[in-house]
Design a protein around this ligand. Structure first.
Ligand SMILES: *Cc1c(COP(=O)(O)O)cnc(C)c1O
Length: 457
């Protein structure tokens, strides 16, 4: 192992140097990939030298998500403390299902959950777990909602037409999960959103009523805290009133921006979170842990056990359910995604996590003011969102983003809201400062002038 650790150190040094010199790579074209890099797996193993060379080429040619110029997704940057936690988790290689195998790591996860449920204002009955991504924590919430509606479904299967509700701006995992859980995509109702991208609560109630009249069984509503494109926050209190009235499970999908929970300044965006039945958040988005770290908290742990526990004599042999985390998990073997969030949290404190969130909103404000004050920009987003949506000089957003990518200039994506397509600049990159946002616009504008506007005129 010492040899591999030495190689690791060598490769990480090279990578970090390369990231400084060339923050964005010119991509290898997909159809050239296997001609460009040595990815072949052979009958015989490779000698150390060839092995290291192949590995180095692979590492140095992989898209660089940790640099200051990565704006493409809802994550980015590299937090040293969180990376340290994850590296140790790999080295230790525990599985989180039992106390016997995970030991104190169970406490690491439980402490995260305990603290988060307090911040949410959930009662002592609440409990949670970590799953591989926000799509999966949404699935867990939907399954709990299904089983809470009718506990027989676990044994008998779905036989009624059950309906569920989410806004048309919500994440695509909701329809996908509706299919997985046997309820069916067609039973999902898309609720209209207002001009900010927030759920229209009157439309929610109208659709529930229409379904009841047709003899359907509404059971679940998803509210999004930070919609994937606009970064909008659905009005939780109003949605909760409807959910209570019609007896629906209310889940808050905070995968993107649920981390406002940690910010004194921005927590009001999820006002009423304590009214929901479950809440999920990705620490790998706004909170800079390596992928993935997705936490779900259920207000009543009974539902977690009801939907996810299964007897297994060969596994659960000691220590009781509270410390055997497999009893509330979607999985059997489960990697330790808690430690990286714990090392970060331990190092910066709850206050520090809040400051990370505040900083991202501040960067978004810097970006918003920039585009609003420059006549060459059309702006589509609203305050209190960490995604700034705009177009520059009427250049089609897909063309601009794809050309920037192909030329290895900037990694930024485009999105769509209502009938408009635009560049979506996301300011959640953990290492970024104001000057990185300014540098983004400078680079993008220079590129647009030289490569797109010049050549087309
Ligand atoms: C990113 C995101 C998800 C999915 O999370 P993954 O970890 O990528 O599976 C779900 N909902 C929202 C609102 C998101 O932004």
């Amino acid at each position: 192992m010492e040899q591999e650790l030495a190689l690791f150190q060598q490769l990480s040094k090279k990578l970090m140097q390369a990231e400084k010199q060339e923050p964005v790579l010119e991509p290898i074209e997909a159809d050239q990939l296997f001609n460009t890099l040595d990815l072949r797996l052979g009958e015989e193993g490779e000698n150390e030298e060839d092995f290291s060379r192949a590995l180095e080429a692979l590492v140095l040619n992989t898209p660089r998500t940790a640099t200051h110029q990565f704006f493409n997704q809802l994550f980015g940057g590299r937090n040293g403390k969180a990376v340290l936690g994850d590296l140790l988790a790999v080295l230790l290689n525990n599985s989180m299902y039992t106390y016997k195998v995970a030991g104190p790591m169970v406490g690491v996860e439980k402490e995260i959950i305990r603290h988060m449920k307090n911040l949410l204002g959930y009662p002592a009955t609440a409990d949670g777990t970590i799953a591989p991504g926000g799509s999966m924590t949404n699935l867990m919430a939907m399954i709990m909602g299904r089983d809470a509606h009718n506990e027989k479904i676990k044994s008998d299967g779905v036989s009624q037409k059950m309906t569920l509700y989410t806004s048309n701006e919500s994440h695509y995992s909701i329809p996908k999960n509706a299919a997985f859980m046997g309820v069916g995509r067609k039973q999902l109702r898309y609720v209209k959103s207002d001009k900010f991208g927030r759920m229209d609560v009157a439309d929610l109630e109208a659709q529930i009523k229409a379904d009841l009249e047709k003899g359907k069984q509404p059971f679940f509503v998803n509210a999004t805290a930070g919609t994937t494109v606009m970064g909008a926050f659905d009005p939780i209190q109003e949605i909760s009133a409807i959910a209570k009235k019609y007896n629906l499970w209310l889940h808050i999908d905070g995968a993107y921006c649920g981390a406002v929970l940690f910010s004194k300044k921005h927590k009001h965006l999820i006002k009423g979170a304590e009214l929901a039945d479950s809440f999920s958040m990705n620490a790998h988005k706004m909170l800079a842990t390596p992928l993935t770290c997705s936490i779900i908290i259920a207000k009543n742990k009974k539902y977690l056990y009801d939907s996810f526990s299964n007897d297994a004599d060969y596994l659960y042999q000691t220590d009781g359910d509270d410390y055997n985390l497999g009893k509330t998990s979607l999985q059997c073997g489960r990697r330790n995604d808690a430690l990286k969030f714990w090392t970060l949290w331990k190092a910066v404190g709850t206050k520090g996590l809040g400051e990370m969130v505040d900083h991202q909103f501040h960067l978004a404000e810097v970006a918003r003011q920039y585009v609003e004050n420059h006549p060459d920009y059309t702006v589509y987003s609203y305050p209190e969102s960490v995604g700034i949506c705009f177009n520059y000089k009427d250049i089609p957003a897909d063309e601009l983003c794809n050309r920037l990518y192909e030329k290895g200039e900037l990694m930024v994506g485009f999105g769509q809201f209502k009938d408009e397509q635009f560049v979506r600049l996301v300011t959640v990159n953990a290492g970024n400062e104001e000057e990185d946002i300014k540098a983004f616009f400078e680079k993008m504008e220079a590129f647009a002038e030289e490569e797109i506007l010049e050549t087309s005129s």
